[in-house]
Design a protein around this ligand. Structure first.
Ligand SMILES: [Zn+2]
Length: 326
């Protein structure tokens, strides 16, 4: 498959660092190469959320300086360009990169600089989504989340196209985040929300009520016909990441993923990687697995690819250009 337009709308920066470029940042420290790879990537048969989440430790340790953030963002954009993606929305949570003294503003600024520089010599167009985080009760991250919203607004002319809510779904009720999305809406921000991944379909319904234009995962929608109907009628796409769902025990195996039922029910699905490095995947691998295990046809994949452009947060003119030049 190489004639279609490839776009990834659900791709976390920290879980997708190009391995060899990341290794360059640590090799001088005497770290063992094999151990380094194991600390960044799960086994291909991984069925453990615990093992999966542990793979964020190493990248997050690395991503605490402007220099490393710049190098890795630049390298990731180049990697996606070399995979011949036409468009990507890379997401990151600025608050995850402030442990060594950077401010969220410094993080966003250097990431935008890397994007600008990498795009100068690339075919791909990249935009960013800023993630707010759930790390426990809402009040734990409230002030940092407010700052993330304000930065998304401030940097909206530098490639920040939307916000998201990521982290430990279910550790706090979705309802508690309504005020933050209200604030985002008042600033004219657009958003996608992680919902129905490690929690039930009621979170998807809430996210739709808050005004989410897309849903991250939405794997549990299948459990509630009302939510299925809402997704279809409101044309709210699900950002589907099958390998990640298997690795994190959201589904038992590829064959039991509900993507087939979603397509049959007329729900728009987008094929995404979530964390390329942790899951050792890329868009081509995701397409292949969907065809092999989930009875998705090549034609349906093409439709998903077009939908990824149609339902992206890119400007209408860029969408038109991307679709016409495929
Ligand atoms: Zn995600």
């Amino acid at each position: 498959m190489n004639h279609q337009i490839k776009a990834d709308l659900h791709l976390h920066f920290d879980g997708s660092l190009p391995m060899e470029e990341a290794w360059k940042l640590v090799e001088k420290t005497g770290c063992n190469h094999e151990n380094f790879i194991k600390s960044m990537q799960v086994d291909q048969n991984c069925h453990s959320l615990y093992d999966y989440l542990a793979r964020f430790d190493t990248p997050l340790k690395l991503l605490q300086t402007e220099e490393n953030l710049y190098k890795m963002a630049y390298a990731l954009i180049k990697e996606l360009d070399s995979q011949k993606l036409a468009y990507a929305e890379i997401r990151f949570a600025p608050m995850q990169h402030i442990k060594s003294g950077l401010s969220q503003r410094q993080v966003v600024k250097i990431m935008c600089q890397a994007r600008k520089d990498a795009m100068l010599t690339s075919k791909i167009h990249v935009n960013y989504i800023l993630c707010m985080m759930v790390l426990g009760e809402e009040k734990l991250t409230h002030d940092l989340n407010v700052e993330t919203i304000q930065l998304a607004h401030e940097f909206s002319d530098q490639g920040i196209v939307a916000i998201d809510l990521a982290g430990a779904e279910g550790m706090a009720p979705m309802q508690d985040f309504q005020g933050l999305f209200q604030m985002a809406k008042e600033l004219g921000l657009r958003y996608t929300i992680h919902a129905g991944e490690s929690y039930g379909p009621e979170n998807i319904a809430k996210a739709i009520e808050f005004g989410a234009e897309r849903i991250g995962h939405g794997t549990s929608a299948i459990k509630d016909p009302h939510v299925m109907k809402l997704l279809k009628e409101k044309k709210i796409p699900l950002e589907i990441c099958v390998t990640s769902n298997v690795n994190c025990e959201v589904v038992d195996q590829y064959e039991s993923h509900p993507i087939r039922q979603y397509i049959d029910a007329g729900i728009i699905v987008l094929i995404c990687t979530d964390n390329m490095t942790i899951s050792n995947t890329n868009l081509e691998c995701e397409y292949e697995k969907l065809m092999r295990y989930c009875s998705i046809t090549a034609k349906e994949i093409e439709e998903c690819q077009l939908n990824a452009i149609r339902y992206s947060f890119a400007e209408p003119l860029l969408k038109e250009q991307l679709i016409n030049h495929k």
